[in-house]
Design a protein around this ligand. Sequence first.
Ligand code: PMV
Length: 352
Amino acid sequence: MKQVIFCNFQNKKRMEKKIKWRCPANIALIKYWGKRPVQLPCNPSLSMTLSHSFTDLELTLKEKKRKGLELVYLFDNKPNKAFSKRILTYLQDNKQAFPFLEDYALQINTTNSFPYAAGIASSASAFGALALALMSVENINQEHFKQKASYYARLGSGSACRSIYGQFALWGQHPKAQNSNNEYAVPLHSVHKSLKTLQDAILIVDDRPKKVSSSKGHALMEGHDYAQSRFKQANKHCGKLFEVLKLGNFEEFTNIVEQEALALHAMMMTSKKYYLLMKPATLKIIQKIMDYRKQTGLKMCFTMDAGPNVHLLYPKEYLTEVKGFIDRELSGSLKSTIFDEAGKGPICTQNE
Ligand code: PMV
């Protein structure tokens, strides 16, 4: 298998065309929570793209005589009704942008490198990979390729637009970032070298699908008593995090990232239809992280997605100490741990 960054099979005169993308998941440091039509964020968000947690997607296009959308979707080589429906709706909604969709019989196969519902946003890596594959069919120049892919990934799942870039990405307008945009994410280039290799130990306390989806959570921000303050806070944190990422100040980084994680869950706990996604083990882990940091001065901090699992972030030089800490202090509360890190972003892998 040959690895290339941009694939384009416009010139191939074959009856069947295949394209493959590997797109990583991302973990938000500044959280996107609350949206308005169509999938536009109420506040800017900023994330780190992972490396080992990714979706592999293969798109096969077979020429056919009759026009119309035709899709066979397999997840882990098996049909999956729920995902299939979501992807079909997405293709239906975007067929004007990708007119070729009606000219071919489509087959999409996806596999994840991480367990489904492990607290890693699988829709981000899946829609990132799908948007990139669709974009690869179009003959466009490289400069706009990622921007457009990010735009179309966003329409599948908001946070997916950030997975198009490696390292750190920003989605949503912020006065301190001139190129920022609500419609697609942009890469962040000013990052201190100590944070470019940031590690993420994903501490899985519960791997069952969560009871309240992110879509419902976003919707509950409409009319939420704290919504406006929360959007203001995210903007403030985002501006501060630009500086912190540039300078590599881990103490400040910790303050912002942990406040963001707890603010996200506070929004869930205080919405009109309030709910809890944290489990007793989640709180136990958070407390242990805070205590251990206080005792040892070790650089590490936590964040969370919309789920009960904890992401433990730390500079690469502390890998051995952090692994020891997880083994000794946390393993009793954990189902498993995924050791991930900041990654380089999606790659196109095309069969010869
Ligand atoms: O992209 P969605 O709709 O799955 O929402 C993601 C929301 C969070 O993961 C909680 C935060 C974020 O910014 O990724």
